[in-house]
Design a protein around this ligand. Sequence first.
Ligand code: SF4
Ligand code: SF4
Length: 426
Amino acid sequence: MPKKRKAVDFRELAQKCLRCGLCTTVCPVHQVEADEYTAARGRNLLVNQLKGKKDFDRNFRRRFEKCLLCGSCLPQCPQGISIDLLTLGVREEMVRKKGLGLPKSLVFRFAMRDRERFGKILSTACKLQRYLPAGEGKIRHLPAFLSGLGAGRRIPEIAPVFLRNEIQEVSRPPEGIAPRRRVGLFMGCALDYLFPEIGKKMVRFLNRQGVEVVTPMEQGCCALPVIGAGDMDTAKEMALRNMAAFQNLDRVITGCATCGSALKDYDTFFHRASNGRGKLADFVEKVRDFSEFLVRDLDLSPQALASTEGWGKSLRLTYHDPCHLRRYQGITEEPRRIISSIPWVKLVEMDAPDLCCGMGGSFGLSYYETSKKIADKKAAAIQETGAEAVVTTCPGCRMQILDTLRRHGMQQRVLHIVDLLEPDEN
Ligand code: SF4
Ligand code: SF4
């Protein structure tokens, strides 16, 4: 885990900037858009020039929206400026001064805050999605008239049955396998609504390792999209609900790098607004990425992984490091250790596996053209390896990489790490 960061006033952070420009050399957005204000240095300057509410105009807002929060600039900065926290602080201030706006209020406060209502909205959307142009498998194209959502982007189909309706609240190891741990599963929106098969495979694999999996149904979204929009009051409400849902469990396992990073940063995001750090810190301590849990907590032997069923042939694959796993959680070795232990798999590293894929949550939808340019470098690096498949641990990266490969006419499979451990049902 990287050193714990402290949330501090964004104005104080910006004043520390030396204007050395080291951040500009690594910022994926700055590299495809020659605009000084897309990198940390330019944003610090904008903050230092802030005088009043009128400065939060459209240009200012767009410049602060155009950060992937990828963290690439964090290790470069000699002043240790957390540009992600600075950016979030600015967005929060904009919401305080100018409001959230109707579309975001509807999405975050009306829909995402209430899990039951959000589920009903997505169920209806699932029925309507049959009118969208179909693409490959469970992927659809957004038509051009939905330009606000990224014209032409491939999006995963909303699952007809959500993960919460497919699994038991308590899933126990099969008969004959001695129970050795009891953990909670954090589904997050991606596994619950888009990729329930990933969640089901995680549960099956953990059960086979003697792990009882409890999935509290009161849990909701990790709140990162809401934090990213600067609506900290709504986000805190959502975070407290998640903490209450897992209060009787001593491990919270997630198969989404973004959710994992959000949950592990609850103490950074919310400590100012809470009665002390204690409960937040206790919760944060329990959170584990799926790969981290297998390697660090279960200490799975190579033999346990070697027993995973192959696909009838050896597979040459490459691994993409999600920003939220590598930079915010410091997890790089664990997924590689798992992949390398599987005898029918050959891991070939791509050039710069940690290069951001360009998704960045809603960034990839709002700024699809920029997002595509960033992702094109990832496609070239994957092609270079000659791999037949790409593995990652973040559903957002998976969606972006699949979109990118197919845009380039590349046919590699894009997998979650659990796809290597558990075969598909049927
Ligand atoms: S690396 Fe840090 S100190 Fe240097 S310009 Fe960027 S934000 Fe400022
Ligand atoms: S977090 Fe990423 S996108 Fe944002 S300024 Fe830093 S390098 Fe650029």
